[in-house]
Design a protein around this ligand. Structure first.
Ligand SMILES: Cc1ncc(COP(=O)(O)O)c(C=O)c1O
Length: 389
């Protein structure tokens, strides 16, 4: 049994989550940026310690066992059959999103994203001087719903070249099902739109069985030919600071474009410690992950019972990940007032507006923390709106 209940003091550790100036200044409880207040998978920490004890940090390359650990993990858990050549490492998923935009499109090209969306999806397009085209996912009580007519119209009218898919979706943790992915993929194929599918949250499945996640590669015949799947151990095992991620690229032409673009700025160079950590996670981390998902499940139930059922806050119950999408619109306040009340109540969540215009009166809450922190966070949120219940 691993420990998911001890609360550690992460202040003054250069943690972005805990040492963010506003968080420190106002002593806010940080439930925002997506890392966990559970310690990193201990097997990864010991593997890195062992490597450090050898006393050398020279240039290194991953050996076959590193690739094999990736092949085994994704083969077993996600039914992805990968050869060594099809695995491309990078420091982070966002870096791979950016490299994909750079490598697969030209300045001015249109890139489609489904909003609300994790803010770097906008940034990697805009910073590469491409045009962001958005299609809104309709927020219904069971979760987000795709508007296929709108998506097709946008692809046609804007001449979209690339689609950045987030599967499972952040915010909200919606898992796009096989049928939705299949319809999306067929549309993209019809209009020759390439797809990059960010599947970083696909192992964190607190409320559903793992069979329910479908990789875009497996959602339709030939989908592997025009898509790239991005993943990483960083969310799953709380390893974001180690900086490592994987891109799975079956199509050799796409692969060459990506690796060439990476090489221009040496983005393919990964820390040896990161390779060591990744391998330990994929070889030894399965039981830890099972327990993590149980701990997250308890937290989700707590939020449901004590925030959603007892206040006017609404949500989309997450299927994947630990980033809950909260809707404060029932209070009939302005967005600014929602944000102000939360700050005054002493809790720091991600501002929904940064995820697109659909994020008005919404906030994203990170519940990957020991239960005591989640209880405190829920209490603070409730205090902020008690007069309006
Ligand atoms: C959908 C999604 N992609 C990528 C990332 C960041 O991954 P990385 O640190 O590997 O860039 C996050 C972090 O929250 C995320 O939610």
């Amino acid at each position: 049994m691993y420990d998911f209940s001890t609360v550690y003091n992460r202040k003054n550790t250069n943690s972005i989550k805990w040492d963010y100036p506003l968080v420190r200044e106002k002593n806010l409880l940080p439930m925002w940026i997506a890392d966990m207040d559970f310690p990193t998978f201990p097997g990864a920490i010991s593997a890195m310690k062992n490597e450090l004890e050898q006393g050398f940090l020279g240039y290194t390359e991953p050996d076959d066992s590193v690739f094999q650990s990736v092949q085994d993990w994704y083969g077993k858990r996600h039914q992805l059959e990968l050869t060594k050549e099809e695995i491309v490492f990078s420091t982070s998923v966002v870096s791979s999103l950016s490299v994909s935009v750079e490598a697969l499109t030209s300045p001015g090209d249109a890139v489609l994203v489904l909003t609300p969306i994790y803010p770097p999806f906008f940034e990697v397009v805009q910073l590469n001087n491409r045009k962001v085209v958005t299609s809104s996912v309709k927020s219904v009580s069971e979760g987000f719903q795709l508007d296929f007519e709108d998506i097709e119209r946008k692809i046609r009218d804007e001449n979209v070249k690339l689609f950045l898919l987030c599967n499972p979706h952040n915010p909200g943790g919606k898992i796009w099902n096989r049928q939705e992915l299949n319809m999306l993929g067929k549309l993209m194929k019809t209009y020759n739109v390439l797809v990059v599918s960010d599947e970083i949250h696909a192992d964190i499945l607190p409320t559903v069985s793992r069979c329910q996640h479908t990789s875009f590669f497996n959602a339709g015949n030939g989908f592997k030919d025009f898509s790239i799947v991005l993943s990483a151990p960083s969310k799953t095992f709380n390893l974001a600071g180690a900086k490592i991620s994987t891109a799975f690229i079956k199509n050799p032409v796409l692969r060459q474009k990506i690796t060439q673009t990476q090489e221009i700025s040496h983005k393919h160079e990964i820390s040896s410690l990161a390779f060591t950590a990744l391998k330990a996670c994929f070889l030894e981390g399965e039981n830890w992950l099972t327990e993590l998902n149980l701990a997250l499940y308890e937290n989700i139930l707590y939020v449901e019972g004590n925030l959603i059922q007892k206040t006017k806050v609404q949500w989309m119950k997450p299927e994947a990940g630990y980033l809950i999408w909260l809707d404060f619109s029932a209070y009939r306040l302005t967005h600014k007032d929602v944000v102000r009340r939360l700050l005054e109540a002493g809790v720091f969540l991600n501002d929904g507006r940064t995820f697109g215009r659909e994020g008005r009166k919404h906030m994203r809450m990170n519940i990957a923390a020991p239960m005591d922190i989640v209880i405190e966070g829920v209490e603070r949120i409730r205090n902020g709106f008690r007069d309006l219940e």
